[in-house]
Design a protein around this ligand. Structure first.
Ligand code: SF4
Length: 325
């Protein structure tokens, strides 16, 4: 019997992914702990709009942990314990993993100044600079909800740890943003990004490919806008129609098309080619609990999107950042 030949080392991907960047930045494995600070959304309470973005389900991307009675401090301690258990099970016993505290739910800078300061203070005793495991704090918000007071508070925290500000752009088209009831503009995104960069924050822009009326050229435009804004990182996913959303109704009426996995990969390749070569892709596909998802139902496993994207870029002879048009 012929001895089995060792598998060839994997080829480098033609785009920049988060894991190697985290390794390079922090020198150890890093896990994220998602937290709910109990913030709300101006696009639901009438300040910006009512009903929310048409793709957002009633739970508004929130975990609901705070409402369920889990204070932020308790959530964080529980999350840190979970990471510590992973360490005991994992192979990297010698090195304590780093943790990113992620304020994910709703619009986290849409709170009064005092409350925002209280929220950020919860992290301070756990920061790596204070001997704890937190290597970064990530805060998700809308680009039209970044008052100077919140920015100053984040800038102060950035003296002690890495602070990521995740800003939802979703589409570079103001018309698409209006039609999906997001009710902010591309200019507001560019402005928020510039101010956050000036304040020394790491910026991450969110995009959705396949929003109604956006099309393949819209996907390319969104990448161009993210490149122009100079965000450090990008999260992108395909349009997912969830139950209990306005889009669910449109989809049931046959008024809304969703992408096949093949189409998404093609559009994603266009998108990635037009990002800056240095921008880090934090995410390239979506994830939704099975019980919430109406469409599209793909048989392609999530991990395979990465391989398919690499294959599509190889087929084109291109890579991230190779197209400037
Ligand atoms: S997606 Fe964000 S901004 Fe839009 S309604 Fe949901 S929580 Fe609000």
């Amino acid at each position: 019997m012929r001895a089995m030949e060792p598998a060839p080392p994997p080829l480098p991907l033609p785009f920049r992914t988060l894991k190697p960047w985290l390794r390079e930045r922090f020198g150890r494995a890093v896990y994220r702990v998602a937290l709910d600070a109990g913030s709300t959304c101006p696009n639901r309470d009438g300040t910006k709009g009512l009903g929310g973005c048409t793709y957002c389900d009633v739970e508004g991307s929130g975990t609901g942990a705070l409402k369920a009675g889990d204070g932020l401090d308790d959530q964080l301690r529980e999350g840190l314990k979970r990471v510590a258990r992973r360490r005991r099970r994992g192979s990297e016993r010698a090195v304590e993993p780093g943790v990113i505290a992620y304020l994910q739910s709703y619009t986290n800078t849409y709170v009064d100044e005092g409350r925002f300061a209280e929220v950020l203070d919860v992290f301070r005793p756990h920061l790596a600079s204070a001997g704890g495991p937190l290597v970064a704090v990530a805060v998700a918000t809308r680009p039209d909800c970044l008052p100077d007071s919140s920015l100053r508070a984040l800038e102060d925290l950035a003296q002690e740890t890495d602070v990521w500000l995740e800003l939802g752009l979703e589409s570079a088209s103001d018309k698409v943003l209006f039609d999906i009831n997001r009710l902010h503009t591309l200019d507001e995104f560019q402005d928020a990004t510039a101010r956050a960069r000036q304040a020394g924050l790491v910026t991450v822009g969110h995009a959705i490919l396949g929003l109604p009326g956006d099309g393949q050229e819209g996907a390319r435009n969104t990448a161009r806008a993210l490149r122009q804004a100079g965000v450090d990182g990008v999260k992108v996913h395909h349009l997912m129609v969830l139950k209990k959303t306005q889009m669910a109704h449109q989809w049931r009426q046959g008024e809304l098309a969703v992408q096949t996995a093949e189409e998404y990969v093609e559009w994603l390749a266009d998108f990635v080619e037009r990002l800056g070569p240095e921008q880090i892709l934090h995410r390239i596909t979506g994830d939704s609990p099975e019980e919430k998802l109406l469409a599209p139902i793909w048989t392609v496993p999530k991990n395979e999107i990465r391989e398919r994207l690499a294959a599509e870029l190889a087929r084109r002879g291109s890579c991230q950042g190779s197209v400037e048009d």
